[in-house]
Design a protein. Structure first.
Lengths: 283, 296
């Protein structure tokens, strides 16, 4: 009896997540078909929330936010993945995890602080413009760094770059070190080694990291609302604005679209790359 | 790890690049500290170092209350999420088909804060309606407040948010533990609890304390879920964001940002230093066993 209870206790976390994560996430579909009342919503089957989303300027803004997030994914990959390769390739085995720990530090400082503090860093009288003008590289402040798509992309890259380093490093742990030496012995150039050997082997981690950045770029409202200026929105901001306007079915329709986009991407990734491979080093 | 083919400059450049990226990621944080210590605030022509803005934060009763609330939430979340993360990691070790567990445990990491907070808010509003109806039907008045927005709902939101991190940290630590030791302890007559507490726990203690630290930091950092699910009280970050959005960045806001950043940096820095010291001590002990008389 005691052993059975102890065995059941092991399922506490999955049961909790089933109740308070999976069920609310799946119910967003049901609620998205409800009709709006003055302060709440009532059971119905109407596509009004979806029509409202897809036929308004919100959808166009959503598409723009997909474009911005895709650019952020590409920049994060270009800047962050070489770090994962470098650590795996050139840092001694015992020190690799310590080096990766360095990226925990910026990641663990509040995203709210990091995002808000980009205002005084990127602004007209901010740190970047002051330094550029002081060293004589520009004569006037660059105003497009803040309250613009550039500001949103900079914010997303600074917020999410550590994830591509973590996911990339986990993926690179699945790449045996001798692979680099074999490639060199066979005369492969760095580029061919990277494209033909490293990328396919590390694909699950790269994909997981990229999906994380893309979906969070679309869903974290703080970045466009602080750095994007007027008109800059993403799915997260549209959903929170809908909640503030008490349009709960619209908020749920956007949440459902986001959650199922995420699940779809992860399913495709799993079919293509077997995403459980990224967790092999953990087990 | 240098080989015959690699120029030392490749490695030097790699290190410079890596450290430059870490520094770039930390620029907003350090700039926050720099401004928060200036008596004249952001954009002033002069700089005079002062702690005054930090003192004003701790003299403000509203902010101290918010700080206490945040700490309370962090403690409650730790007490719930750590046993859950530990049991999930043990379940992971036992299962042969791990895919469903990994998917369920890690999915909350991928769902953006605003999207999930909106879904959970509507879920709790529905649940609250159901429980209010249930309390009217059964006459059990206490049921009506179970899922009202407040501490319970905020803690549930924080548990869902922090559970994946705790799971990963504990799983990594447990990866170094050999389950044969538990079997040996049980064979010697230890109860399941004794085998865990006296044999396994001492070996995974570092991971559990790190997980506790992560939960405290994440609770202090968290804004979206807490602000949507908290009900009537304020946390440190919700006060900070509301100040920043409504009145703009004041000197006090920079000092509050400095406090939140300092909490994270001190905790994470301590974990990194303790980990490095422990690894070094372990390596020394192993060297002493492998090479007796080597003076180690």
């Amino acid at each position: 009896m005691q052993a059975r209870m102890a065995g059941a206790a092991l399922y506490a976390a999955p049961v909790f997540l089933f109740l308070f994560f999976l069920i609310p996430s799946l119910l967003t579909i049901v609620w998205s078909f409800f009709s709006r009342t003055m302060f709440w919503m009532e059971p119905d089957f109407t596509l009004f929330a979806y029509v409202n989303f897809f036929t308004s300027a919100r959808f166009e803004n959503f598409l723009w936010s997909i474009a911005h997030s895709s650019i952020s994914v590409a920049i994060c990959f270009v800047l962050g993945f070489p770090i994962a390769v470098f650590v795996r390739r050139y840092v001694p085995q015992v020190a690799q995890h310590r080096v990766i720990l360095l990226f925990i530090l910026p990641f663990m400082v509040s995203e709210v602080i990091r995002t808000f503090m980009l205002r005084p860093v990127l602004g007209r009288n901010g740190l970047i413009n002051t330094v550029l003008q002081d060293v004589g590289l520009t004569s006037e402040p660059i105003t497009s760094l803040l309250f613009s798509p550039t500001g949103v992309i900079i914010g997303e890259v600074l917020s999410f770059l550590p994830f591509i380093v973590f996911a990339g490093f986990l993926a690179m742990e699945a790449v045996p070190k001798y692979i680099f030496e074999v490639c060199q012995d066979l005369g492969a150039s760095r580029w061919r080694t990277f494209v033909d050997v490293i990328l396919p082997l590390a694909a699950p981690g790269i994909f997981a990291g990229s999906v994380f950045i893309l979906v969070n770029g679309l869903g974290v409202a703080l970045i466009p609302s602080i750095l994007g200026g007027p008109g800059a929105v993403n799915a997260g901001l549209i959903a929170t604005q809908a909640i503030i306007a008490l349009d709960f079915p619209l908020a749920m329709a956007i949440s459902a679209i986001m959650i199922f986009t995420l699940l779809g991407l992860l399913w495709i990734g799993h079919r293509l790359f077997d995403l459980t491979r990224t967790l092999e080093p953990l087990s | 790890m240098q080989d015959d083919y690699t120029s030392p400059w490749v490695i030097r450049f790699g290190w410079i690049y890596l450290l430059a990226i870490v520094a770039a990621l930390m620029v907003p944080v350090f700039y926050n500290f720099y401004i928060s210590f200036n008596e004249y605030g952001f954009g002033a022509a002069n700089y005079k170092a002062t702690f005054d803005w930090y003192i004003t934060v701790f003299e403000d009763r509203l902010l101290v209350n918010a700080f206490v609330w945040t700490l309370g939430l962090a403690v409650m979340t730790v007490l719930i999420v750590i046993p859950m993360g530990l049991s999930a990691a043990k379940l992971f070790k036992q299962l042969t088909n791990k895919v469903w567990l990994v998917a369920l445990m890690l999915l909350p990491l991928f769902v953006p804060a605003d999207i999930f907070a909106s879904a959970l808010l509507v879920f709790f509003k529905n649940l609250n309606g159901m429980f209010t109806w249930l309390s009217e039907m059964t006459g059990l008045g206490f049921l009506s407040t179970w899922f009202e927005l407040g501490v319970t709902t905020a803690v549930i939101g924080l548990v869902v948010y922090t559970l994946p991190y705790v799971f990963i940290v504990i799983l990594i630590t447990m990866g170094r533990y050999h389950p044969e030791q538990t079997e040996a302890a049980r064979s010697c007559g230890a109860t399941a609890w004794q085998a865990f507490w006296q044999v396994e726990f001492p070996q995974i203690r570092a991971g559990i304390f790190s997980a506790c630290a992560f939960v405290v930091i994440l609770t202090f950092n968290e804004y979206t879920r807490t602000s949507m699910l908290k009900g009537g009280f304020d946390t440190f970050t919700t006060v900070l964001v509301s100040q920043m959005l409504n009145t703009g960045m004041s000197e006090q806001s920079y000092a509050m940002g400095g406090i939140v950043s300092a909490v994270a940096i001190v905790i994470i820095g301590s974990i990194i230093i303790i980990t490095l010291v422990q690894q070094e001590q372990m390596a020394r002990r192993e060297r002493a066993v492998a090479e007796p008389g080597s003076g180690q």
